[in-house]
Write a protein that binds this ligand. Structure first.
Ligand SMILES: Nc1nc2c(ncn2[C@@H]2O[C@H](COP(=O)(O)OP(=O)(O)OP(=O)(O)O)[C@@H](O)[C@H]2O)c(=O)[nH]1
Length: 574
């Protein structure tokens, strides 16, 4: 019903008028709805000082000018001006007020869909607005528009907020009016007692403003709904002169239409007709209002009651047209609300969709990061496995080598065992034969070794064996092959030597073993060894034959008294 537009009251009254532009603007604001003559006077003064206004002040003046044009009924001219102001101003409060007024005017022009489309962005700005009067203006626009759309719960929510935030009784009365109007339009027959009390009190204190008068009309409406036309007439008649004085046509029509219906109910047909006609005259330009439909209905019923069938038919027709028109406006509002709601929903879905897309991208990123982490882990694991394999292979190789060494050596003395001695000696002999070089084989056997064992035990015997080996090694070359052939018998293959040249070193070995017994390992038993020597020159390069021949020479040495060296000669074969 555009009450807000014509009773904005956004700014409190200020000091007496001066020609300071800022003060003039504030003064004009404060009297805009309460004293229209004064408002026009101040606007003239502002026009006179327009050159001195800052760009922001100029926009503020344009805003007031647009509202003045709207008040005069020229909504079409006011709308583009207000939209331009909201776009151009850097002052968020002025932009907010301009849009709130735009929504009011769009409702007045039945452009509900556009009005709803602007409401959501306006409400989004609300948390940034601190000025109480301006907040009330925004909340009022929302409360009013949701009543128009039949969304009474939402409207009540905003009306409650208006009551809570009201800086003065006049603003509180606005909140109470919307809260009560939402209840009335939703079909309630009665205001709750506390709402009736608080609302009536706030609106009484607010004085005779458009809102407080409309609140009283609402009270009359509730009376009518509860079948108390006399009470309704009392309230309406008491306030009718003030309503006429305020001169806001839609409000005057409302009062007159409800008075007509109330008088019709108590049977005062003359008064009913009088007020119905007044309502129709006042509302001549708004053929589809609820008041118009109600007034035609009263006239139709009275004519019918009076038996004026022609008149009653004519009013019935007009009533039906007005009622249908009013109803289709209601449907248009509800439809506009639904369209706006769907658009908001679609936008939200689009935002949700983008949100989801972003979340998926974030998850994808996280997944990639994890995959990279996992592959890094795999690489580390692989390297660890590789390192373990290398360490393992190294250890295996090392123990293999150790076993190989052990397998080739005699456990007690550390020199080659029989098998390895044979292999190495044969290899060396093959080499000597190929290169036509001489080679000798020496067999060494400790004398009376059994006696050592038997006399002093095996441990002493072992020590004697090791000492004998050490004594021999001291007189061998690195190319000589030295091995233990069994028990207390040893063999030495000496490459590149003849029977003559080998003798000195064999003699050194014999003397060394004999000398070792002086260490006293086996007291009382002289340690010595017998030596048999064969040369490849006479025995050939076959190890087997060399060993047989050397053994013959060794046997000879043993037989001749031990601790001596014997060289093989062909006579020994016999
Ligand atoms: N302590 C010790 N004794 C061993 C080892 N191998 C063999 N013998 C002993 O060596 C002795 C060899 O004795 P015989 O073959 O009778 O020869 P011998 O007593 O040395 O007499 P001749 O060779 O004729 O001088 C045996 O008593 C074996 O038990 C060994 O590794 N350690």
């Amino acid at each position: 019903m555009l009450l807000l537009l014509f009773e904005a009251g956004a700014v409190a009254a200020t000091a007496p008028v001066s020609d300071d532009p800022a003060q003039l603007l504030r003064q004009a604001e404060s009297v805009e709805s309460s004293n229209h003559a004064k408002f026009n006077e101040l606007m003239r003064q502002l026009d006179a000082v327009a050159a001195r206004l800052s760009p922001q002040q100029k926009l503020h003046l344009r805003y007031l000018e647009a509202r003045r044009i709207a008040f005069a009924g020229n909504y079409a001219a006011a709308l583009p001006s207000l939209t331009a102001i909201s776009d151009q101003t850097e002052d968020p409060v002025l932009a907010f007020r301009a849009i709130a007024t735009v929504i009011d005017l769009m409702v007045a022009e039945s452009r509900y869909e556009e009005a709803f489309a602007k409401l959501n962005p306006l409400l989004e700005q609300l948390p940034k607005i601190k000025e109480p009067g301006v907040r009330i203006q925004g909340l009022g626009v929302a409360a009013q528009l949701y009543i128009e759309a039949g969304q009474y719960d939402v409207s009540t929510h905003y009306a409650d907020q208006m009551i809570r935030e009201s800086p003065d009784t006049q603003s509180a009365c606005k909140g109470w009016f919307y809260k009560s109007d939402a209840l009335f339009e939703s079909g309630s027959a009665q205001l709750p007692a506390d709402q009736l009390h608080d609302g009536a009190e706030a609106c009484a204190k607010a004085g005779d403003t458009l809102f407080s008068l409309s609140f009283r009309h609402l009270l009359a409406g509730f009376d009518m709904r509860r079948g108390r036309p006399e009470s309704a007439i009392r309230v309406l008649q008491a306030n009718y002169p003030k309503v006429l004085q305020a001169g806001f046509p839609p409000q005057v029509t409302q009062f007159e239409a409800t008075l007509a219906a109330a008088y019709r109910q108590i049977g005062d047909l003359a008064s009913a007709v009088k007020f119905a006609n007044s309502a129709l005259m006042t509302d001549a330009n708004r053929s589809y209002s609820k008041s118009t439909a109600s007034a035609y209905r009263v006239l139709y019923e009275v004519a019918k009651e009076r038996g004026d069938s022609k008149g009653s038919l004519a009013y019935l027709e007009k009533y039906v047209v007005a009622h249908d028109g009013y109803q289709s406006r209601l449907s248009a509002k509800a439809l506009a609300y639904q369209i706006a709601k769907q658009q908001v929903l679609a936008k939200k879905l689009q935002i949700d969709g983008l949100d989801k897309k972003n979340r998926i991208l974030a998850l994808q990123g996280e997944l990639d990061r994890k995959a990279a982490e996992t592959s890094r882990l795999y690489v580390a694991l692989l390297l660890m496995v590789l390192a373990s394999i290398i360490v393992w292979a190294y250890r295996v190789k090392r123990s293999q080598l150790r076993f190989m060494r052990l397998a080739r050596r005699d456990g007690l003395t550390g020199i080659f065992n029989r098998q390895h001695f044979v292999n190495e000696a044969e290899r060396e002999l093959r080499y000597c034969r190929k290169s036509a070089r001489d080679a000798c084989l020496v067999l060494i056997d400790l004398d009376h070794f059994k006696l050592v064992n038997d006399t002093h035990g095996h441990a002493v015997g072992d020590r004697v064996l090791k000492r004998a080996v050490d004594a021999c090694q001291a007189h061998l070359r690195s190319t000589d092959v030295f091995g233990r052939l069994g028990e207390e018998e040893f063999g030495v293959l000496l490459p590149e030597c003849t029977l003559d040249s080998v003798l000195p070193s064999v003699e050194q070995m014999r003397a060394a073993i004999a000398a070792a017994s002086i260490a006293g390992d086996a007291p009382g038993i002289p340690i010595s060894a017998s030596f048999g020597v064969a040369a490849a020159a006479s025995s050939g390069y076959a190890l087997r034959q060399l060993m047989i021949d050397a053994d013959r020479a060794l046997y000879q040495a043993k037989r001749e008294g031990r601790n001596r060296i014997r060289l093989f000669d062909a006579g020994m074969r016999g």
